[in-house]
Write a protein that binds this ligand. Structure first.
Ligand code: SF4
Length: 414
């Protein structure tokens, strides 16, 4: 009997080998996925439906209210979309152009600079399939995929056999963790865990570059030069190296200059690639689409056919400066991820929450529109964290509207 494999949209890996047992449109069992993926695919959409001012309404009333908020706004903000399908993201960009909105996603306070550099080919990257098939040196830097992307090590990087790595991880691959704490991933890396102090990454990179260039590596925090030289020697010998870059590294360095320098030296001595550890399943897709449309990956403001860009158009600065007068939040929960001192300003303006589940944000929204879970109840496509496009079918059927259907209705009514 032919098996159906589904895609898990639980994180940026978009694993495409998931087997599911369902009955009467309820997912009963999920095979192959990690614990995060199982929870994601068995997640039940909250049945709250649609609300205005916390009172249940029908879909048409919720959409009418959302349209009236957006129509009345002089400077609306559209934020989120990291877990939305490509189709929804395209519509959201069209909507932002139509209503002269500020448009931003979580990459403006996460890995946006890295996405921007990769889209512009300023750093060498590769696919996860390349990593599985060829990588002999793998660095997890400022990230703990064992918790955040649980199958990165087992399916895509350290443990699996690949076409050029048939003997498995112990003999043919070296896994290295560089982090401020001994994470679960760091424990797997054993002796190849390099613990550095918070904000110590830029200096560590400088010292590593010195080690790679045959000089004595020094840091102000007295990292043992012997250990740094040991690391430099492993990296120099890499035939196919990859660095998985997490937020820990990006938050620690002021700009990407240290990474550019390191990648330059590494590629003079060996062969290194870099992949961003984006968390949501389609942040890369959003960044690519917005870049194609505007030349920027986030934090833009559309204004009568022109585009403005800058930190002042990020959600954080827009809310801080109170420059936006309404908001449409799609598939994300700023109340849980941003500091209260900033996000509280959302409470001063009318905002709409479109989400598949109740969140702190949806509870405070003027309008709440409940949609399907992308990848479970509705299909589409998304871009994996390594830039590979993945299409997916729904696992179960529902006549509940998807984000895409809701955005189309809002666009038509505006
Ligand atoms: Fe889903 Fe990510 Fe787990 Fe893969 S690693 S099964 S995409 S949550």
């Amino acid at each position: 009997m032919e098996k159906n494999y589904y895609v898990c949209t639980g994180c940026g890996l978009l694993c495409d080998d998931i087997e599911v047992e369902s009955e009467k449109n309820i997912v009963n069992k999920v095979y192959t996925a990690c614990r995060v993926g199982v929870a994601h695919m068995k997640e039940t959409r909250d049945e709250a439906g649609f609300r205005v001012d916390n009172i249940p309404v029908d879909e048409a009333t919720a959409i009418n209210e959302a349209v009236s908020i957006l129509r009345d706004a002089k400077n609306p903000l559209i934020f989120g979309l990291g877990n939305s399908t490509d189709e929804t993201q395209k519509l959201a960009i069209e909507l932002a152009k139509k209503i002269n909105a500020t448009l931003d996603d979580t990459s403006s306070f996460c890995l946006g600079p890295l996405s921007d550099a990769l889209i512009q080919d300023k750093l060498k990257t590769c696919t996860l399939d390349d990593v599985r098939n060829k990588a002999d040196v793998i660095i997890y830097w400022g990230t703990d995929p064992s918790d955040s992307h649980p199958r990165l090590l087992s399916k895509h990087s350290y443990f699996p056999r690949g076409s050029e790595k048939q003997r498995g991880w112990e003999e043919e691959r070296t896994a290295i963790a560089i982090d401020v704490r001994k994470s679960h991933t760091a424990k797997i890396c054993g002796n190849y865990f390099f613990q550095i102090p918070p904000k110590g990454d830029a200096e560590f990179i400088d010292a590593l570059i010195a080690g790679l260039s045959g000089k004595l590596p020094k840091t102000s925090y007295n990292y043992p030069p012997k250990r740094l030289l040991e690391l430099a020697n492993i990296l120099k010998g890499a035939k196919f190296g990859v660095i998985f870059v997490g937020r820990g590294l990006i938050y620690s360095i002021e700009d990407l200059e240290p990474l550019f320098k390191l990648m330059k030296v590494l590629n003079e001595k060996a062969n290194f690639h870099l992949i961003p550890m984006v968390s949501s399943c389609n942040i890369v897709g959003f960044n690519e689409k917005l870049f194609a449309e505007t030349g920027y990956v986030n934090s833009v403001k559309f204004e009568d056919g022109t585009v403005k860009h800058g930190p002042e158009y990020s959600i954080v600065e827009s809310l801080k400066a109170r420059t936006v007068d309404a908001a449409l939040i799609i598939g994300t929960d700023p109340f849980s991820i941003l500091p209260h001192s900033i996000v509280k300003n959302l409470l001063e303006i009318p905002f709409i929450s479109i989400d598949h589940c109740e969140t702190l944000t949806s509870k405070h929204a003027k309008v709440y529109i409940n949609t399907t879970i992308s990848g479970v109840e509705s299909g589409g496509s998304a871009t994996r964290m390594d830039g590979v496009k993945v299409s997916f079918e729904p696992v179960i059927e529902t006549d509940h509207p998807s984000e895409e259907v809701i955005l189309k209705k809002i666009m038509e009514a505006l």
